[in-house]
Design a protein around this ligand. Structure first.
Ligand SMILES: *Cc1c(COP(=O)(O)O)cnc(C)c1O
Length: 478
């Protein structure tokens, strides 16, 4: 398709600037540019069509099924958007006096209490802008606590080999050394490996439960006990909270600190690089290190306060506030009763697909799962030549966004399926039918799938080069 610069015609405009109604003030010549900026000139109708054409080449939750494991790409109710668009939330400035934005502080205060309840924790910061940012913030809290106690020799963070890639990355960024431990044959933490890994240099453990195989670790209380007895703290990666919210709480599993992905579990569309929010919650003994300002209630009004030993701000102002508004709207809409139903449906949908597919495709942990499960395309590849990549690319022709691929790393041809609670039985059955069609195609002619997708605008871009050496600048001279 044509770029805006290629559609440009001199003199075309998409905007009418109102006449100047204030006295003109000439600029100092040294502040003026020598030539007009090279901007595309285009009429509003063509501009609209350009972006509509671009939009049609992408896939979102509103287009079709999007079972991207670990990402929780669920449909987010429109009412959350309506709340976030209210002028009282959008037409404000972060430096306004708090007496004029009490309602906004009230939102932050209310979600703080709601998230504490969901997580079994005592305090919250809403500052981190994403899950990984929350991990980093939580680890800084742990580091501050260790330093306060003079335990600077504790510099190792233990991370299971199924962990999301952000876990070791955040631990490293926060100044720790990562110790990776193997999973046991059930896909959980190997307790012997954990006992061997802990010691006087243990700062803590990072864990997501259910893990990225979609398995809830039945030894979780023993796991957090082993780490605590060794003098370390336990950090819960709450990105998979959609599977357990309203049912079990990280605080009750023995964790000291947790981040939540509001953009996965509590509304806010994500995946397009839009703003996210990764609040961090902790137990009382870590609260004095939280980034400030926090909202507190004082003499019948809300105010900001920074904890005594705060690690400092991790982001400007108060975090991505409108994401918080969506999350509170979502929580209020489904309510305390809706939360366990939501997680139950997420788990039910995943198990439905698991049970429909496990006889046709290899599934390393086939008995049951939480909100997601991992298929192994390895055996199919050995038999027919069709890889996880080929199967995933073929899904695009059916209007389905492929599952997460080649992750977790311990399953080599992994497809990680997370249907979420918002999909209907018909959509799930459609996915099963599609998987059977693709299986039949692979068995008939596996090599043909190397060319999939057959009907998409873009087929097989060189993804590594696109990520490592993106070419983002339009070449005017060429
Ligand atoms: C998504 C995810 C993260 C990271 O969250 P971001 O908001 O993408 O930074 C961390 N852990 C798990 C298990 C995740 O699924």
């Amino acid at each position: 398709m044509k770029l805006l610069f290629e559609r440009s015609k001199p003199g075309r405009r998409a905007a009418l600037v109102p006449p100047c109604d204030v006295p003109e003030v000439p600029f100092d010549a040294s502040m003026l540019r020598g030539a007009a900026p090279r901007l595309p000139e285009i009429a509003e109708v063509d501009l609209g069509r350009h972006y509509t054409e671009l939009m049609k080449q992408t896939h979102g939750v509103n287009d079709g099924f999007y079972p991207l494991g670990s990402c929780t790409m669920k449909y987010n109710p429109r009412v959350d958007e309506e709340a976030a668009a209210l002028p009282g939330f959008t037409d404000i400035h972060p430096l306004q006096p708090v007496s004029t934005v009490q309602g906004c502080l009230g939102v932050m205060h209310d979600i703080d209490l709601a998230l504490r309840e969901v997580c079994g924790m005592d305090a919250t910061t809403l500052q981190p802008a994403a899950g990984a940012h929350g991990e980093y913030t939580g680890l800084l809290l742990i580091r501050a606590w260790l330093q306060d106690r003079g335990e600077t020799g504790r510099d190792k963070i233990i991370v299971p080999d199924t962990a999301h890639g952000t876990n070791p990355a955040s631990a490293t960024m926060a100044g720790f050394t990562v110790i990776s431990i193997d999973s046991n044959e059930d896909g959980g933490v190997d307790l012997d490996a954990l006992r061997e890994a802990v010691g006087p240099d243990t700062a803590g453990l990072m864990l997501t439960n259910p893990n990225t195989l979609g398995l809830f670790d039945p030894n979780i209380l023993e796991i957090t006990r082993i780490v605590h007895e060794a003098g370390g703290l336990c950090y819960y990666d709450g990105a998979n909270l959609n599977a357990v919210m309203g049912r079990v709480r990280p605080g009750d599993m023995g964790f000291d600190c947790v981040h939540i992905n509001l953009h996965k579990t509590f509304a806010t569309p994500h995946g397009g690089g839009g703003p996210g929010s990764g609040p961090v919650l902790c137990k009382e003994f870590l609260a004095r290190y939280l980034p400030g300002p926090l909202v507190v209630e004082q003499d019948g009004a809300y105010a900001f306060e920074t904890p005594a030993k705060s690690i400092g701000q991790v982001r400007g102002f108060y975090g991505n506030f409108l994401v918080v508004v969506r999350a509170l709207t979502y929580i209020r809409t489904i309510g305390g009763d809706g939360m366990p139903l939501t997680s139950a449906n997420a788990v039910l949908n995943a198990n439905y697909l698991l049970h429909k597919l496990r006889d046709r495709y290899a599934v390393p942990f086939p008995d049951s799962c939480m909100h997601e499960f991992v298929m192994d395309i390895g055996p199919l590849k050995d038999k027919t030549g069709a890889s996880a990549m080929d199967v995933a690319k073929r899904m695009l022709d059916f209007g389905v966004h492929p599952p997460t691929m080649y992750f977790p790393l311990i399953v080599h041809e992994a497809l990680m399926v997370e249907p979420t609670e918002t999909e209907s039985r018909e959509t799930l059955d459609g996915f099963v039918d599609m998987m059977e069609t693709i299986l039949a195609e692979a068995e008939e002619d596996g090599a043909r799938l190397h060319d999939a997708p057959f009907d998409c605008a873009i087929g097989r871009p060189d993804e590594v080069t696109a990520a490592r050496k993106p070419h983002l600048r339009y070449d005017f001279e060429a």
